[in-house]
Write a protein that binds this ligand. Structure first.
Ligand code: COA
Ligand code: ZN
Length: 475
């Protein structure tokens, strides 16, 4: 199962604050995509956070949100009371358990800490909510002491314990061993892994922790969080799907939640970010592109559609013939072998970072002398569809429409409308005048106007001309 902490850990990203409205939107989106638990924040931090948490808990109450709603709190009774008063599904209380945290942050002995943990877990339980205990900095604690704290929290009423790799120093082998140790020492307890990414191993450590017995993995959208953040939702969900064949959430919604949190946080993911980074399904080198065109599996771990993405090819001097030919075919421009060779040669001589379709078309025009690019109209071209009353001759209406200044072509047509007029004018005012004049023609019931955005030259005019020159068929 996944616990998303974008609203708690994610807001601990320097520079990030979520408005009340964004908090609610993010919670709803996470719930909609199937995230099992949402850590929505600590209501003691600020009044607007408390208000948003209350709103989210209300949405859980009326069924708009399905995920378990978890609020965070220090082991301070007033804080816990305030959190419990909002009626969440669960309170997560945390306490540092490494000697560094005990000595320098809490200024407590190991024994004193055990008593504090027991007292506050019991207190939270007495308020009628489920309790998770988070062993902060657990991965730098003496493992035997960690087991003791976990047992204490469990006996005091916590049905889940989160083992936090607070400064991101686990490696996957130690992660698996540590979770095995805790799991085998304390029965009947849910185990969360909360992995920070300081050394870039959060996803691997989370996967290994699951191997060792964790059944909930803490993630944030886009990997937000203190310093280098924690396990990114996207990477973990897809790694888990790849390795275990299980979809923990609706994977095709990953791009949407990515964009939502990018907007809300003001932090964009880098292009090389797993799964949702701009480049995640874009192929560049000619050899890769040729491989992917033959079979996408050659250079893709999984089809992009699985995670709501599309395959793309980036063109520049690293491209080969196959990639360029493919792109041109997609643009409806098949080239002969010599032309293609010339275009590839031209592409290789340019130090362009990334060729856009427009750039490629320009090269083809230059190399082959064809005219391919859309002509941008300097004046306004439009089609005006006209419906004519039943009791009026369409042809006489068409003739009158054809006499209006600005109308360049008129046809009688079948279908919902009776006449289509093509108008070509210089300004919007003139177009309005044409439409008004058409509406003024006796017998016109209604009109619909479409403005032409761009015109493409017919690509095979030569073929068309040849066809017209064929001798008539003999019957
Ligand atoms: N349980 C109980 N007390 C804890 C604690 C815990 N798990 N972790 C830290 N503390 C104590 C510290 O020892 C320190 O106490 P001290 O002042 O006696 O040294 C205090 O909490 C933190 O210092 P400070 O932030 O100055 O306290 P504060 O009372 O002004 O504010 C918060 C407390 C929680 C409201 C404020 O720090 C805040 O808004 N924090 C944001 C949320 C946060 O820090 N979350 C961490 C999640 S891992
Ligand atoms: Zn954390």
């Amino acid at each position: 199962m996944l616990l998303d902490s974008t609203l708690r850990e994610g807001e601990q990203t320097p520079g990030v604050v979520f408005s009340e409205e964004w908090r609610v939107r993010i919670a709803k989106a996470l719930s909609d995509m199937g995230v099992h638990m949402i850590e929505v924040g600590d209501p003691n931090v600020a009044p607007d956070i408390r208000r948003a948490i209350a709103k989210i808990i209300g949405m859980k109450g009326n069924g708009e949100i399905a995920s378990e709603v978890v609020v965070h709190s220090r082991m301070v009774k007033a804080d816990i009371e305030n959190a419990a008063s909002l009626g969440p599904d669960r309170i997560a209380v945390f306490y540092g358990v490494s000697d560094i945290h005990l000595a320098h942050k809490h200024r407590k002995s190991r024994e004193e800490a055990l008593a504090i943990v027991a007292e506050h877990v019991e207190f939270a339980r007495s308020l009628g909510v489920k309790v998770r205990f988070t062993a902060e900095d657990a991965t730098r604690a003496d493992p035997n002491y960690l087991v003791e704290v976990v047992k204490t929290a469990h006996e005091a009423g916590a049905d889940r314990v989160s083992i936090a790799d607070t400064v991101g120093v686990l490696d996957p082998f130690r992660a698996r061993d540590l979770f095995r140790l805790v799991k085998s020492s304390v029965g009947g307890l849910g185990l969360d892994v909360h992995a920070h990414n300081d050394l870039g191993m959060a996803v691997a450590n989370s996967l290994a922790a699951v191997d060792g017995g964790a059944d909930v993995v803490h993630v944030t959208v886009n990997g937000l969080g203190e310093r280098t953040g924690i396990t990114p939702l996207q990477a973990f969900a897809v790694a888990y799907y790849y390795h275990r064949g299980v979809r923990l959430v609706r994977l095709e919604e990953l791009p949407r939640i990515t964009a939502l949190v990018e907007n809300a946080s003001g932090i964009t993911v880098m292009p090389t970010f797993p799964v949702v980074g701009e480049n995640a399904f874009t192929h560049k080198a000619g050899v890769h592109q040729a491989g992917v065109l033959a079979n996408p599996a050659t250079y893709e771990p999984l089809p992009p559609e699985v995670v709501g993405r599309e395959r793309d090819f980036s063109l520049d001097k690293y491209s080969g013939r196959r990639a360029i030919q493919h792109r041109l075919e997609r643009l409806g421009i098949p080239l002969g072998p010599d032309e293609l060779e010339a275009v590839v040669g031209e592409v290789k001589s340019l130090n362009v970072r990334r060729l856009r379709d427009e750039d490629l078309l320009e090269i083809v025009e230059r190399v082959t002398g064809r005219a391919l690019r859309a002509r941008v109209n300097r004046h306004i071209e439009s089609y005006i569809w006209i419906r004519v009353a039943d009791n009026v001759y369409t042809t006489s209406v068409a003739r009158r429409v054809g006499a209006i200044r600005g109308v360049v072509e008129v046809s009688e047509i079948t279908g919902e409308y009776d006449i289509v007029a093509r108008a070509s004018v210089d300004t919007a005012e003139e177009l309005n005048r044409v439409i008004e004049e058409i509406r003024g023609v006796k017998g016109v019931v209604s009109t619909l106007t479409n403005i032409v955005l761009k015109e493409l030259p017919a690509q095979d005019a030569s073929w068309h001309n040849q066809y017209k020159r064929l001798p008539p068929a003999h019957h």
